[in-house]
Every structure is written in structure tokens, then in C-alpha cells.
Design a protein around this ligand. Structure first.
Ligand SMILES: Nc1ncnc2c1ncn2[C@@H]1O[C@H](COP(=O)(O)OP(=O)(O)OP(=O)(O)O)[C@@H](O)[C@H]1O
Length: 583
């Protein structure tokens, strides 16, 4: 486990080794005073006369060692923390890089709470071994070993006595570690579940309030925090008795040395000075060993955390290659594509050709697979079989980055980061100047509502989210796409938030985004895509038909059904409007 943790430290491993060396020197300073105490006691025991200077020098040495110990300990800690926090940063970055290359399904399966826990709490746990357990553990183990060897050289019987309680302590420590590990799985899962429930509870607060589900979701929340408490206590319950045994046995080294050592002296097996030496040095052994022990309860936790993190790190990434995009054009083709979320296949043998520069609309009943097909094109998931090609190049044979450069994907609810609206739009083209961003916002018809905001385009999205309507937020996403100016545009329900007042503006913004591009649009409002070059009708995950509106109307029953529904909803709308009601 420590080897793995040190490997995470990368280039900061050397700093960790430096911290170990400094702390070792510090530990020597902690043990040396016991040697000087022995030097003061020895002549007194032997009734030898010593000068006042002899005593003063040793007392001064004890004081110097104490000061040096403090200085070295702080120095060692600052080195180890430096290495630890750089390592945590590296780990968080490599985890984020890993996540970027993972299929969305893996991330969704883990859940936001569990991933947040991994990024924040689990990685933070590695600070303990890196900043403390490894450097302090090595120093606190090495120095007692050295002391023991010295003692063994002076008097092997006394040395063995000083260590008499340690084997029992070590057994207690091992049992504690093993029993802790056996409870770790359930403890860890309970922690993950609690995290997910808390995140879900907060995210779903709106629904909870609207539907009066406070009681129900509170019960789930309460149950999860209760089970976390129970699993934590169960873990402590198995660990505490063994920790208590160890904590009782290890400081007992002097108690073994004193009676048995005195007996040895009386029997002539050893001498009084050696007894004094063993007594003094046993204090130098027990304190560091107790410090080592203080790290043990959490080691099992850290071991589990690391295995869990490695599990995510070892997840198979999306199939891609480092090759850049080299397609002939920006036409898109789906060739016999099948796809399953986990076990359930939701798209079956879809074959579809979308010529460059054309507008293709995906229509179909809810759940027919429209959004999934769009998500497959932007390579959120790997398909089960078949191929998706852009300009004749399989999207698995190019890097995700270069595929992203070819496509602007505007989802139904585009996420706005809590940075300024200007920076949110700039995500479409990070190198864009402020002027370019403003021009894109203008083209996306954002000017009017941005003027309403006190800080305009510099308003933070988190604050503005409360002030912007769904349609306005969507126009920010369209501005992002205009700025990106990718040759392929995928609009997933781009007109979902449309209202009569905004319709004109939204249409103007969409016209800007799609002008001259290969466009794939998912639309429920059939009236908005009547002039599409090609309308693809999806039904139950298969492609029922493809053609123009007129062709489909005369030949495709599934399309006729959708059209009838669209027509009757339009008539219903007109009749309500005529009745003077507000829509
Ligand atoms: N993340 C997911 N995990 C498992 N199944 C999913 C997931 N997302 C969608 N599905 C399922 O895949 C099928 C297709 O869903 P999809 O969202 O693509 O349909 P859609 O036609 O876009 O629907 P809508 O018009 O309601 O948005 C549905 O049966 C849906 O339940």
C-alpha cells in the first residue's frame, strides 16, 4: 500500500524521502535525552563522584536535543506536507483526466455523491500516510530498532526484557488491522451511499418541496446517515479492544524491565548500570512505538480507499485513438449501430447517412432513442456494435478532443458553470477575445436580457441562473455553439423552452448556429422541422423510416401518428387562444 502511495507522489517522492531523513534525525534527538539521563544516573548508582559541570553539560545537551527535536520535527512535517499536498493535487488531476475519458455510463453508475467523495474525502485521506504515517512511521520504527540494537550490544538479557511486551502488542495490532479490514467494505459503501443521498437530497430540493416529499426523502436521508453511524461504530467496535490492548502493553516495557531486571541484578546475571540503561532506553522505545500505533486504525481505511480509487482508475476508457480527425468531409454515418445501457439494448441496428451540410431531424415518441443516438455521435458512450463515422473516419479511430472540435452539441439543459456568463460562452472557444464572445452573445439574441442584468455579461452564472429563464439560459448555450463554430451541430430539444415571446429570438439564434453546417436536430415540435432535408423516425430504438416530410406523411404510419398528434396539439392551442385563456 505504501509503495502505491509513494508512486502517486511522483516527482515529490524525493521530498518525502527528505522528510523521512529529517524526522529520523528528529527521533534521534528525542531518544538521546534518555541516554544523557542514564549518564547522570549511572555515577549516582555506582557511588562515583561527578563534577557539577558533568551534570550541567548533560542537562544542557538534553535541552539542546529537545529544541533540535522540535525544529527537526517541524521541518520534517513541512517537507512531508509539501509532498503530500502536491501529490493530492496530482491525484485529483489524474482522476479528472481519467473521468474525461470514461464512458458517461460508468460515471452515472457510480453516482455524483460517490464521485464527489472520491475527489474530496478519499483523496484527502491519503494526506495522512504521506504527511505523517510514512515519514513519522519510518522514523518512529527505525529509532526504537536502533535503540534495541544498542541495548542488545550492552546487555542482551535486558534488551530482550525491554521488548518483552512488544510481540503481544504486535499480535494485537495485526488482529486489529485484519478485523478493521473485514468491516471496511460495508463501512465504505455506507459512506458512499450517505454522500449520494445528501447530494440527491440537495439537488432534488425543488421536487421535494413541490410534491411535499419532505418526509419521504428525509427518511431516506435519515436512514442513510444512521446506517453510516452504525457501520462506523461497528468498525470501531472491532478495532477498539485491540487498540486498547496494544496501548496498554507497549508502554509497559518499563514494568517488565524493572522487576525482572532487578531480579537479574540480584542474581548477578546483570549489573545495576545496565538495569538503569535498559529502564531509561525503554522509555525511548515505547513513545515512538505508540506514535506508530496511532496511525494503524486508519490504515485499513486508507487501504480500502486506494483500492476503490484504483478500481475507477482501471475502468476501461472510451475507445479512441490519438489520431487527429482526418475525415473526407463533415458528413455523418451510423452503420448498423447497436447500443445498450448496461444490459438493456436500446438502439437496434441503426443505419443512417447524414450528408455534409444537410439538416437531419430525429423524431419519434418519448423513449424511442433520439437523445441516445445524438449522445453516441458525440462519443459519450461506446457502441455495442456497428460503426459511427464522421467524413468516413470511425469516431473510435480519432481522439475525443479532435471529435469534439468537429461537433457543437447543445443539450436540452446545458449546464452553466458558476463563472461569469462571458466565461461560460467562452468555453466554446477558450482563445476567443471578449469582443468575439460579445458578438456571439449578440448573434444568439442574448443582448436584450444581458442588458437587464446589473453586471451584464460579467454576471456569475450561479447568481444569474436564478434570474434567467430556461430559454435565456439556452441562448447562452447557443452563443457557446456559435463561438465554437464547429462544422457539425447537434441540437437536442433546442426549442424545448420556447414560448411565443421567445420563439422569434430562439429561431434567429438557431439559424446562426446551424448556418452552413451539418445539422442533426432532435425535435418534438414537428412544425419546426418540416423543411429538414431528411426526417428520421425512430420507434422503439429502430429506424422506422427516413425521408422528407411529404414522403413520410404518405408512407410512414409512425410519422403519420406523430404528425396527427402535432396537428391536434396545434389546434388545441389555437382553440384555447381563441377562448381567450392564457396558455
Ligand atoms: N442513462 C441511461 N441509463 C439507462 N437507460 C437509459 C438512459 N438514458 C436513456 N435510457 C433509456 O434508453 C431509451 C432511449 O432513451 P432516449 O433518452 O434516447 O429517448 P428519447 O427518444 O430521446 O426520449 P425523449 O424524447 O423523452 O427525450 C429509453 O428507454 C430510456 O429509458
Amino acid at each position: 500500500m505504501f509503495k502505491k502511495i509513494l508512486a502517486y507522489a511522483g516527482e515529490h517522492q524525493k521530498t518525502t524521502y527528505g522528510a523521512i531523513a529529517v524526522m529520523l534525525a528528529g527521533m534521534v534527538m528525542q531518544v538521546l535525552p534518555f541516554w544523557f539521563i542514564y549518564q547522570i544516573i549511572r555515577p549516582l548508582l555506582m557511588r562515583e563522584s561527578v563534577s557539577a559541570e558533568y551534570i550541567i553539560y548533560r542537562l544542557a545537551a538534553i535541552a539542546a536535543c529537545t529544541v533540535l527535536y522540535a525544529v527537526l520535527y517541524i521541518w520534517g512535517l513541512s517537507l512531508s506536507h509539501h509532498a503530500a499536498y502536491h501529490t493530492l493535487k496530482n491525484l485529483r488531476i489524474s482522476l479528472q483526466k481519467k473521468m474525461e475519458g470514461l464512458p458517461l455510463g460508468v460515471i452515472q453508475q457510480k453516482g455524483v455523491g460517490a464521485i464527489k467523495k472520491m475527489f474530496i474525502d478519499d483523496i484527502e485521506k491519503i494526506e495522512l500516510p504521506l504527511a505523517h504515517a510514512i515519514p513519522e512511521g519510518v522514523a518512529n520504527t527505525a529509532v526504537p530498532v536502533l535503540v534495541f540494537l544498542g541495548l542488545f550490544w550492552a546487555d542482551w538479557r535486558m534488551a530482550l526484557l525491554a521488548l518483552a511486551s512488544l510481540p503481544l502488542g504486535a499480535i494485537a495490532m495485526m488482529i486489529m488491522y485484519r478485523s478493521g479490514m473485514s468491516k471496511m467494505g460495508s463501512y465504505y459503501q455506507a459512506a458512499q451511499k450517505m454522500n449520494s443521498t445528501i447530494v440527491e437530497y440537495i439537488n432534488g430540493m425543488e421536487v421535494v418541496k413541490v410534491f411535499n416529499r419532505d418526509g419521504e426523502s428525509y427518511h431516506r436521508y435519515e436512514n442513510d446517515i444512521k446506517s453510516y453511524r452504525d457501520f462506523t461504530l461497528a468498525w470501531y467496535k472491532v478495532c477498539w479492544p485491540w487498540m486498547a490492548i496494544y496501548n496498554t502493553l507497549v508502554p509497559c516495557v518499563a514494568l517488565f524491565v524493572l522487576p525482572v531486571g532487578s531480579y537479574f541484578v540480584l542474581q548477578g546475571y546483570s549489573t545495576l548500570p545496565n538495569l538503569a540503561l535498559a529502564l531509561c532506553m525503554s522509555f525511548g522505545i515505547s513513545a515512538p512505538l505508540l506514535r506508530v500505533m496511532s496511525f494503524m486504525p486508519t490504515m485499513a481505511q486508507i487501504n480500502y480507499t486506494i483500492s476503490n480509487m484504483e478500481q475507477l482508475m482501471n475502468e476501461a476508457p472510451l475507445t479512441q485513438s490519438p489520431t487527429p480527425f482526418a475525415g473526407r468531409n463533415h458528413g455523418v454515418s451510423f452503420e448498423d449501430v447497436c447500443f445498450a445501457y448496461q444490459e438493456t439494448e436500446v438502439l437496434h441496428s441503426i443505419t443512417l447517412n447524414i450528408p455534409e451540410g444537410s439538416l437531419t431531424a430525429l423524431v419519434g415518441e418519448s423513449g424511442s432513442g433520439k437523445s441516445t443516438l445524438a449522445k453516441l455521435l458525440v462519443h459519450f458512450y461506446d457502441i455495442t456494435s456497428g460503426a459511427i463515422k464522421v467524413g468516413g473516419q470511425d469516431i473510435r479511430h480519432m481522439s475525443l478532443e479532435s471529435l469534439n472540435e468537429q461537433i457543437s452539441y447543445v443539450a436540452q439543459e446545458q449546464f452553466l458553470f458558476n463563472i461569469s456568463l462571458l466565461e461560460n460562452i467562452r468555453l466554446g472557444k477558450p482563445e476567443a477575445t471578449d469582443q468575439e464572445v460579445l458578438a456571439a452573445a449578440e448573434k444568439a439574441q442574448c443582448g436584450e436580457f444581458l442588458a437587464r442584468l446589473k453586471k451584464g455579461i460579467h454576471t456569475l452564472a450561479g447568481d444569474s441562473g436564478k434570474q434567467l429563464s430556461g430559454g435565456e439560459r439556452q441562448r447562452i448555450s447557443l452563443a457557446r455553439a456559435i463561438l465554437k463554430n464547429a462544422p457539425i451541430v447537434v441540437l437536442d430539444e433546442a426549442t424545448a423552452f420556447i414560448d411565443p415571446e421567445n420563439e422569434e429570438k430562439m429561431n434567429a439564434a438557431i439559424a446562426e448556429v446551424i448556418s452552413g453546417k451539418t445539422v442533426i436536430v432532435i425535435a418534438h415540435r414537428l412544425h419546426s422541422i418540416l423543411h429538414a432535408d431528411q426526417i428520421c423516425v425512430l420507434a422503439g430504438g429502430t429506424l422506422a423510416a427516413a425521408g422528407t416530410h411529404t414522403q413520410l406523411l404518405s408512407s410512414c404510419p409512425a410519422y403519420q401518428k406523430l404528425w396527427l398528434a402535432a396537428e391536434s396539439s396545434a389546434q388545441w392551442k389555437v382553440s384555447i387562444e381563441k377562448g381567450g385563456e392564457i396558455l
